[in-house]
Write a protein that binds this ligand. Structure first.
Ligand SMILES: *Cc1c(COP(=O)(O)O)cnc(C)c1O
Length: 423
């Protein structure tokens, strides 16, 4: 049963309705460990599915290019106010369609084509949009890439400083997609100041942890902060750009008319809802539990001989290097998926294998923490992962089936926001 209901969808398009139903059941029955995913609340789902999707609102509140903004303006202003309050930012733009366009807007605001930009290398945990070669940001700007240290698995701040002073990037990105450790925003800010660069913090993965006080905030250190709204922040698919008042105009002009047309007003409303939820007194406990779960899971995996990049985690994310297990990331991820444990294969720093067939697995605890799983369940999760990974090297397919059944049985006690099996 879907909350909100999908009765019209079922009547009008049973083919799509059937697939939506199957997806809901899949999300209900599987241990969802993809680090960028979560379960949003029924309130966020309702806002996303509302009639706001019918509206066009190019421009900003009070300065729109279409009429009929009597309700959209207050919605967007609420989302902006809540974003500024939650993160303590001077300015917020809630219109970017998603994380990648938000990052592109930062280039649009501060750089000219060909300008140097510095970011963490993609296979070391950075994001495509931080200047990776296949991305427009790597083709249209001059990328300079920093890495993590081989001995610690952590960002090499000495290298960041040396490269920044040598290459003089106009923009420095900190943050990424596979960073298990705390980002040192003050240290990045100091280097950016020395190098005369704009510092952009991309906190897409950790925005919910920051909002809940479980990770330090980049506000007051970075000139501009970008984030998706759908990862640990637990909102709809969307993004925001936070900045100092000084950069407000440049950021807004870059998003519209620089890059985008009409904002997705249904998403804006859902972002406002998610920001309200993240400001509730129980959200810090959620953020802390995400981290606690990741740390207990990391320790249990390490006990079983798993090699964790950086040796553990400070946040929601664990990166496993499977090299010592004699299994590659992709076959392990595929076997785990068959076993009801959903995660992604991932490159590890200095990975000798190819990006489409790398050595690692990436795990995140945001979604299972939303389901209500706690530290007590994490050793069991580690045991399942271990059993399945060992089954891969032994080519034992019965393991997957048995574990999938055990996962389903456990999760039946943890309700899923948005869907429940028929009674
Ligand atoms: C997820 C992510 C993005 C991109 O978000 P999309 O919404 O998928 O475009 C950007 N930066 C980082 C660090 C991310 O983790």
């Amino acid at each position: 049963m879907h909350v909100p209901s999908v009765s019209h969808l079922s009547a009008e398009d049973p083919e799509i309705a059937g697939l939506v139903e199957a997806e809901a059941r899949r999300q209900y029955e599987k241990l969802r460990l993809i680090a960028s995913e979560n379960y949003v609340s029924p309130a966020v789902l309702e806002a996303t599915g509302s009639v706001l999707t019918n509206k066009y609102s190019e421009g900003y509140a009070g300065k729109r290019y279409y009429e009929g903004q009597q309700n959209v303006d207050p919605i967007e202003l609420l989302a902006i106010r809540r974003a500024k309050e939650l993160f303590g930012a001077e300015h917020a733009n809630v219109q970017p369609y998603s994380g990648s366009p938000a990052n592109l807007a930062v280039y649009m605001a501060f750089l000219e084509p060909g300008d140097p930009v510095m970011g963490l290398s993609l296979p070391m945990g950075g994001h495509l949009t931080h200047g990776w070669s296949v991305s427009a940001t790597g083709k249209w700007f001059r990328p300079v890439r920093y890495e993590v240290r081989a001995d610690t698995g952590r960002v090499d701040m000495d290298q960041v400083r040396d490269l920044a002073l040598k290459e003089r990037p106009k923009l420095i990105w900190c943050g990424g997609t596979a960073i298990p450790r705390t980002i040192d925003f003050p240290a990045f800010a100091e280097i950016a100041r020395e190098a005369g660069a704009v510092l952009a913090a991309d906190v897409a993965h950790i925005a919910g942890l920051i909002a809940g006080g479980a990770h330090p905030s980049p506000i007051g250190h970075a000139d501009v902060v970008t984030t998706t709204t759908h990862k640990t922040l637990r909102g709809p698919r969307g993004a925001m750009i936070l900045s100092t008042a000084e950069h407000a105009k440049a950021v807004d002009k870059a998003v519209f008319p620089g890059l985008q047309g009409g904002p997705h007003d249904h998403t804006t409303a859902a972002i406002a809802v998610a920001l309200k939820e993240a400001a509730q007194p129980d959200f810090p406990a959620y953020a802390r539990q995400i981290v606690a779960n990741a740390q207990v899971l990391a320790a249990a995996l390490a006990d079983r001989g798993y090699d964790l990049v950086s040796g553990g985690t400070d946040n929601h994310l664990i990166l496993i290097d499977l090299t010592n297990k004699g299994v590659a990331g992709k076959p392990a991820a595929q076997a785990l998926d068959r076993a009801g444990i959903e995660l992604n294969y991932n490159a590890v720093p200095f990975d000798p294998r190819k990006p489409f067939d790398p050595s690692g697995l990436r795990i995140g605890t945001a979604a299972i923490t939303t389901r209500g799983l706690g530290a007590e369940q994490m050793p069991l999760v580690a045991a399942w992962i271990d059993e399945v990974v060992q089954g891969v090297s032994k080519q034992d397919e019965t393991v997957a089936e048995r574990v999938a059944g055990q996962v389903r049985e456990l999760l039946a006690s943890y309700p899923m926001p948005g869907w429940a099996p028929a009674p």
